[in-house]
Design a protein around this ligand. Structure first.
Ligand code: ADP
Length: 332
């Protein structure tokens, strides 16, 4: 039986963080055996907000290295760089004719970016969900492992794919956001405002590249309060967040210990953050160390990128031949 197709990407706009890991990369690793996977470094997407390309090469290499350090095997999954697959741009062009200004302007991430950078509201930013759709459906993918922040983009991808199918013929499966049947993940920032992110909220985001001391210090400063005074008090968001981070990286018995302490109002958040700091260091430091080694191996990274580009282009060429055919763009 043919394996089902999976596609996802990460922008090379900084160091990967816990949100990227638990929202995306962890599932990449879990899916690489059973599915036919395409994972890319979304360098074209990064140009919508980061037009300065001086750091791009280093950032692309870092994202590749960090993905591999997290357990992605480039022999199993196709790991490639978006700009190496020219067919993406062609499909993006066709899909742009099926995407309407009104719906693009309503996209939450677009409105956020306009607020953050009113001086750079470029057309690429507006059509970001169209390019993302092109990336996904170029491989005729059915599943897209992503974090919660991508839910609306995936809904738009389904709309664009359906619109194409309706107008020109049934070429694309409907791509679905995927987290093994669970709710999509959102890893909030440590200060209780927004999500962990590569370029914003840096002091409240845990990066896979943070040193042991940075990890401990960031957790020490994470927002808490004086603790519950009555049993059965619901946890405020920022406390819930510490518990969910703990459930990601600590033993069940540790989580249970602090749950009990919360419930009987004896919890000391200082102790909890200290324990979480140690467990987080145990989780992050091997990834950081592995990524550092891979990132300095230029020959290996070049080989990975070439191998990935070749496999991704093959899949893209096959799809685009069908696309041109159904669109009636085959004149000889
Ligand atoms: P960032 O927002 O950090 O720049 P990207 O836009 O490159 O990250 O997203 C890469 C992947 O990581 C996407 O699947 C996205 O949903 C996921 N992701 C990013 N931040 C978080 C977060 N805080 N929690 C869960 N998933 C996240």
């Amino acid at each position: 039986m043919e394996k089902e197709i999976v596609m996802s990407g990460i922008r090379p706009t900084g160091y990967l963080h816990l949100g990227n890991y638990f929202g995306a990369v962890r599932n990449y690793v879990r899916m690489q055996e059973a599915y036919s996977c395409f994972f890319m470094v979304a360098d074209l997407h990064s140009l919508t907000t980061h037009p300065d390309t001086r750091e791009l090469k280093t950032n692309v290499q870092r994202v590749l290295a960090e993905n591999i350090a997290c357990g992605l095997d480039p022999e199993k999954a196709t790991l490639y760089c978006q700009s190496h697959v020219f067919e993406t741009s062609e499909l993006y062009l066709y899909l742009n004719m099926l995407a309407y200004k009104g719906e693009l302007e309503k996209t939450v991430t677009f409105k956020e970016k306009v607020r953050q950078h009113p001086e750079n509201v470029n057309a690429g930013l507006l059509t970001y969900p169209v390019l993302q759709t092109a990336d996904i459906i170029l491989h005729r993918a059915s599943y897209v492992p992503v974090g919660k922040d991508q839910e609306q983009h995936l809904e738009m991808a389904r709309n664009f794919a359906n619109r194409f199918n309706h107008r020109y013929g049934d070429v694309f499966p409907e791509p679905k956001a995927f987290n093994f049947g669970e709710e999509l993940v959102k890893v909030p920032s440590l200060d209780g405002t927004g999500k962990m992110s590569k370029s914003e909220n840096q002091n409240a985001t845990l990066y896979l590249n943070d040193s042991d001391d940075q990890i401990r210090n960031k957790l020490k400063k994470a927002k808490t309060d004086s603790g519950p005074t009555e049993p059965g008090t619901p946890k405020p968001d920022y406390i819930e967040n510490l518990f969910s981070l703990m459930s990601l990286v600590s033993d069940e018995s540790t989580v249970q210990h602090f749950e009990t302490a919360y419930n009987d109002c004896t919890i000391r958040y200082g102790d909890m953050k200290k324990q979480l700091g140690e467990d987080m260091v145990k989780f992050i430091s091997p990834i950081r160390e592995k990524a550092e080694v891979i990132q300095h191996d230029q020959a290996y990274l070049k080989q990975i990128m070439e191998m990935g580009a070749e496999k991704a282009r093959k899949s893209a060429r096959e799809t685009m031949q069908i696309v041109r055919e159904v669109m009636g763009l085959n004149y000889f």
